[in-house]
Design a protein around this ligand. Structure first.
Ligand code: AMP
Length: 398
C-alpha cells in the first residue's frame, strides 16, 4: 500500500510518499511560496535526480495538483497514476480536547479542526486547505488527520489546568495541550522497545530543535509536557522565549505602546536564541561562535541547556524517578556538546553519558555510560512515518 503524507502550511506544503511494505520513502517534496510570486516545487524521487517546477501556485489546490503531476511525471515520477495512492495522512496542529488519537477525516472532523482555529490560528486553516485540496483533486481517496496535540491528551487535570478563573477553561478551552505529540509518541514508543518493557516505565523525551519541548511519559502515556495552550510555553527555543512572567506582555505593550498581539509575535519570532545571541536562532551558528569565544553565544547555549535541565529535573520528580531519557530532533540528534552538558548537569540523579558513544549525529544510539541510574538514548524522530503508519492502520481497519 502507498500512503501520501502531507504537512500543509500557510504558504508551503511538504509531502512524502511511502511504500508501506518496507516503510520506504519513494519520493518527497516541498511546494514553496504558495499564493505568492516565485512559487516553486522541489520534487525528490528516492532513486533519481531532483526535479524543480517553477510554476504559479495561486492556492493549495494548484499546489496539490502540481504535486500529483510531479509524482506521475515521466521525469522524476514514481507512480503511474493517482489510483496507486491508498490513502493520504495529514499532519494537523491542533485537535483541541476532541482528539486523543488519529482519525479518518469526514465532515465532522473537518468541523472540529475548523472549531479549533482560534487555538491554532496559523496552522489549522492551512491544514484544512490541504485536506480540502486533496478532496478536490483525488476525491474518494481516504484521508486521515494526525494531530500534534493528541498524544498529550492523557495528561491528568493537575498538569493541564492553568490556575486562572475556571470560565477561561470551561468557556474558552484555555488549558495546556502540548505539541510535537507525534514526535514524542514515535520516540517514546521506540524507547520502550529499546528498554524492552512497557510496564512501570518512566521516560523523559526531549524534542530539541528550532521548536523544543519535553514530555514526561509514564507506562507509555504522557503525563506532562512543556508546551501549553500554544507552542510558546516551556523551553527557550530558536526564536521563541519559552516561559516568561506573563505580566511582561502587559508591561511591554504599555511602555512600547504596542498591542498584546504584537508582543506575543515578538515572543514567538524574535526571542529565544536569536534574541540572546543577537545574531542567530540556529544552534550550529551558536556552537561555532562559542568556539570563537563569543560570550553572548555562550550565554545562549547556557540558558538553553539550563531550561532543559530544569524541566528534566521537574519531570523526574513528576514521574517519581526516571528509567530513560531520549534525545531527538535537530539539536537533540546532532549536538553531542549539548547532550553531554545536559546530562552532566544532572549527575546528581546518577545519570552518566558515555562521551565516546555520544560522538554521534542522527543515528539511533544507546549513549548510556556504565553505572548510569537510567538509560540515555538518541532516537531520530520520524513524524512522517508515524503519520503514514496511523493512516494505514486506520484505513485498513475501516
Ligand atoms: P528541527 O527544528 O528539528 O529541524 O531542528 C533544527 C535545528 O537543529 C537547527 O536550527 C539547528 O539549530 C539544530 N541543529 C542541526 N544540526 C545541528 C548540529 N550539528 N549542531 C547543533 N545544532 C544543530
Amino acid at each position: 500500500m502507498k500512503i501520501l503524507v502531507i504537512n500543509s502550511g500557510s504558504s508551503s506544503l511538504k509531502y512524502q510518499l511511502f511504500d508501506m511494505e518496507k516503510e520506504y520513502v519513494i519520493a518527497k517534496g516541498l511546494c514553496e511560496r504558495i499564493g505568492m510570486e516565485g512559487s516553486l516545487l522541489r520534487h525528490r524521487p528516492a532513486d533519481g535526480k531532483p526535479v524543480v517546477y517553477e510554476e504559479a501556485m495561486p492556492n493549495h489546490v494548484s499546489a496539490i495538483k502540481l504535486m500529483f503531476r510531479a509524482l506521475t511525471a515521466s521525469e522524476g515520477g514514481v507512480i503511474k497514476n493517482m489510483d496507486e495512492i491508498g490513502a493520504v495522512g495529514h499532519r494537523v496542529l491542533h485537535g483541541g480536547d476532541k482528539f486523543s488519537a488519529s482519525i479518518l477525516i469526514d465532515e465532522a472532523v473537518k468541523d472540529a479542526i475548523r472549531e479549533n482555529i482560534p487555538l491554532g490560528p496559523l496552522h489549522n486553516p492551512a491544514n484544512l486547505m490541504g485536506i480540502e485540496a486533496c478532496e478536490n483533486v483525488v476525491p474518494g481517496v481516504p484521508q486521515v488527520a494526525v494531530f500534534d496535540t493528541a498524544f498529550h491528551q492523557t495528561m491528568p487535570e493537575k498538569a493541564y489546568i492553568y490556575a486562572i478563573p475556571q470560565k477561561y477553561y470551561t468557556k474558552y478551552k484555555i488549558r495546556r495541550y502540548g505539541f510535537h505529540g507525534t514526535s514524542h509518541r514515535y520516540v517514546s514508543a521506540r524507547t520502550l522497545q529499546l528498554l524492552g518493557r512497557t510496564e512501570n516505565t518512566r521516560i523523559i523525551t526531549c524534542h530539541l530543535g528550532n521548536g523544543s519541548s519535553i514530555a514526561a511519559i509514564k507506562d507509555g502515556k504522557c503525563i506532562d509536557t512543556t508546551m501549553g495552550l500554544t507552542p510558546l510555553e516551556g523551553l527557550m527555543m530558536g526564536t521563541r522565549s519559552g516561559s516568561i512572567d506573563p505580566a511582561i506582555v502587559w508591561y511591554i505593550s504599555e511602555i512600547e505602546n504596542i498591542s498584546a498581539a504584537e508582543v506575543v509575535s515578538m515572543l514567538n519570532k524574535k526571542s529565544g536564541a536569536l534574541a540572546v545571541s543577537g545574531f542567530s536562532s540556529d544552534f550550529r551558528d551558536i556552537e561555532d561562535a562559542i568556539e570563537n569565544g563569543d560570550e553572548r553565544a555562550r550565554l545562549t547555549l547556557d540558558m538553553f541547556e539550563y531550561s532543559i535541565v530544569k524541566y528534566i529535573g521537574a519531570y523526574a520528580a513528576a514521574l517519581g524517578g526516571v528509567d530513560a531519557i531520549t534525545f531527538t530532533a535537530g539539536v537533540g540528534e546532532n549536538s553531542p556538546l549539548s547532550r553531554e552538558s545536559i546530562i552532566n548537569q544532572l549527575s546528581f540523579l546518577g545519570l552518566k553519558i558515555d562521551p565516546e558513544k555520544n560522538k554521534v549525529r542522527g543515528r539511533e544510539t544507546d549513549l548510556t555510560a556504565e553505572g548510569s541510574s537510567a538509560k540515555i538514548y538518541l532516537v531520530p524522530t520520524n513524524e512522517e512515518l508515524m503519520i503514514a503508519r496511523d493512516t494505514k492502520n486506520i484505513v485498513c481497519a475501516n
